[in-house]
Ligand binder design. Structure first.
Ligand code: NAG
Ligand code: NAG
Ligand code: NAG
Length: 334
């Protein structure tokens, strides 16, 4: 469509007029079609690539969706009618309170101003171990990490840059000294209790009990309110019901209908980034003795059956993204 032609302005390419005319004469098909049928190359960032590819496979995919909640979140009709984890119903007041304190609702002016963003989601899989992908990972504009996945000591394999860490109370790093120096702390809320917990963390108040959590949680998040965000729960809803096809269960959390955090993060990136890559997802069946996580000795046999997730159904969706060339999988585990 016309939209994609506008992206390639003279300035973006740094060409003079003659070169630009020559280039345009070589472009026979609209860029959107080139993106749909072409492959991701290692070269320059392609503006609008993820959206164009995604729309070709999921025609109802609609890009506009804020990455994080901001004070206008009550206008987001899709999330206002669902309870957590698929929406914010019943949590409006506490979210208002949190957002008044955090004051910031975007990636930050530097990243917001980039016209073509390449993002990578780092999964925690043992498949990342000893692959020396660190320097490649550091080249992405946005590096997303999940839960307590460490960076220090693993830089050679997982890189040293962290733009944001998406987590929930039970998954968050518990020891304050283990947080990297700077990164956005992003809550992906799965239950009402998670918002209550975040409010305590933002206002640096004491957590009095672990009741309501399924394992012990962080008591302190060493981040200023301005570095804390709430992930738009629409990505959980969209991944579950529109992309993976989990049972709707009247819009309530139920058996096998909650996507894992990694898939939620990928869904977010498809809305916000021009190109999306992943690493550390899935398992390499040819090497069954690799650890479950890149940072611990637990073996793959430790994978537990989960009531809320449906890993095999979710994997079909991720495979479709990789096979369709929508996302790049640096570790080939999906
Ligand atoms: C894209 O990659 C596939 C598989 O690697 C290859 O068969 C195909 O020719 C490539 N298409 C283009 C346009 O480069
Ligand atoms: C890491 O990979 C290198 C080769 O790339 C190999 O020599 C080394 O033994 C590996 N280390 C471990 C701990 O697997
Ligand atoms: C996962 O999805 C498959 C296919 O829809 C279904 O047969 C299976 O029962 C589901 N498993 C769980 C744990 O919900």
């Amino acid at each position: 469509s016309v939209l994609f032609m506008f992206y390639v302005s003279q300035n973006d390419l740094g060409l003079d007029t003659t070169e630009k005319d020559l280039l345009l004469s070589l472009v026979h098909r609209p860029l959107e079609l080139q993106y749909k049928y072409g492959n991701l190359s290692k070269g320059e960032c392609k503006p609008g690539y993820a959206e164009a590819k995604m729309t070709s496979i999921y025609p109802k995919f609609s890009k506009p969706a804020p990455m994080f909640l901001d004070p206008n979140f009550k206008r987001l009709s899709k999330i206002i009618s669902y309870l957590p984890p698929f929406g914010v119903r019943t949590q409006e007041k506490i979210i208002d309170h949190i957002l008044q304190a955090t004051k910031r609702y975007s990636l930050g002016s530097e990243l917001d101003s980039i016209s073509c963003k390449k993002c990578i989601i780092i999964g925690n899989g043992g498949i990342l171990f000893n692959k020396s992908l660190g320097s490649q990972i550091n080249q992405y504009d946005v590096v997303v990490r999940l839960n307590e996945a460490p960076v220090a000591g693993f830089e050679k394999d997982v890189g040293s840059k962290t733009t944001m860490r998406i987590t929930y109370p039970e998954g968050a790093i518990q020891k304050p000294e283990r947080y990297e120096k700077s990164s956005l702390f992003v809550l992906s809320a799965f239950k009402p209790m998670d918002f209550k917990w975040l409010r305590l963390m933002v206002f640096k108040e004491k957590l009095r009990s672990m009741e309501g959590f399924w394992k012990s949680v962080a008591r302190v998040v060493p981040r200023e309110p301005e570095d804390i965000r709430i992930l738009n729960p629409y990505f959980i809803q969209e991944a579950a019901f529109k992309f993976i096809g989990f049972p709707n269960n009247n819009g309530l959390m139920g058996r096998g209908n909650i996507p894992t955090l990694g898939t939620v993060a990928i869904t977010m990136a498809l809305h916000s980034c021009d190109e999306v890559a992943v690493a550390g997802f899935g398992y390499d069946m040819n090497t069954p003795h690799v650890p479950l996580h890149y940072y611990e000795k637990l073996m793959m046999s430790a994978i537990k059956e989960s009531w809320t997730h449906n890993i095999s159904k979710e994997k079909e969706f991720l495979r479709k993204l990789v096979k369709g060339g929508i996302i790049r999988d640096l570790t080939n585990g999906i």
